[in-house]
Design a binder for this molecule. Structure first.
Ligand code: TMP
Length: 228
């Protein structure tokens, strides 16, 4: 595949402000004349969103962790083939809220699936394709979980379809997750940039734009965060 576009991923634990930053980044890149498309995992295409519903809703029951890996990668394959690769081939920059590092962290470091197993499935699904740049949003898990649960409460009353399966796993899980993401950043230093997500919105946004300018030579103008 000839790669014309770029692929940027946003990764990290819960409540790190990733989604807000994704919107700010999209606007800043668009103002710089870059054609941008944003997406998320698991999901991003109709078929992959179906798998997301099976995985994340409270009434989904419990899957075996390896089954969970395979389902995440099944959704990822749909996403790559139906959206990420075609959009990149058209020259678009694709920004995804989560990608394979989330499987490495949640199912790997969080649920003890060996990293080698995950890499085998990765190779089968994506070959040697990798994101061009990955932002790892790092925050103290207590603070992150509080932010994330508060957000869920304001956006919806909990029902059987509430997407909070992972939020409800205890603090020990989320601590392993944080350590996992930092390990991943060390393992893939060429593409990973760790962002201190405890900083204010504008500071985080500017740090991300700096990394983009440094790597891709594009200088987007910072968006002012709309607070409140
Ligand atoms: P989010 O939309 O809040 O980020 O929810 C997605 C959830 O799915 C989040 O808790 C992380 C989890 N997840 C995995 O466990 N493995 C994966 O590979 C991906 C992409 C997400």
């Amino acid at each position: 595949m000839t790669q014309k576009g770029r692929f940027i991923t946003l990764e990290g634990g819960e409540g790190t402000g990733k989604s807000t930053q994704l919107k700010l980044l999209q606007r800043a890149l668009s103002s710089a004349g870059v054609e941008v498309t944003t997406t998320r995992e698991p999901g991003g295409t109709p078929q992959a969103e179906r798998i997301r519903n099976l995985l994340l809703q409270r009434d989904s029951g419990k899957f075996d962790p390896l089954t969970e890996v395979l389902m995440m990668f099944a959704a990822r394959r749909e996403h790559l083939v139906d959206k990420i690769w075609p959009d990149m081939a058209r020259g678009k920059w694709v920004i995804s809220d989560r990608f394979a590092d989330s499987t490495r962290a949640f199912q790997g470091y969080g649920m003890d699936i060996p990293q080698e197993t995950i890499e085998k499935v990765y190779a089968l699904v994506a070959g040697d394709f990798q994101p061009d740049l990955t932002f790892i949003f790092d925050i103290d898990p207590e603070a992150g979980l509080q932010r994330s649960l508060k957000q869920l409460q304001v956006t919806q009353d909990a029902t059987e379809s509430t997407e909070d399966r992972y939020e409800r796993m205890g603090i020990a899980f989320h601590t392993r997750l944080r350590e996992g993401f930092l390990e991943i950043a060390k393992k893939f230093p060429d593409r990973c940039v760790v962002i201190d997500a405890a900083q204010d919105i504008d500071t985080v946004h500017r740090a991300m734009l700096d990394a983009i300018t440094e790597r891709f030579g594009v200088t987007p103008v910072a968006e002012e965060a709309r607070h409140g």
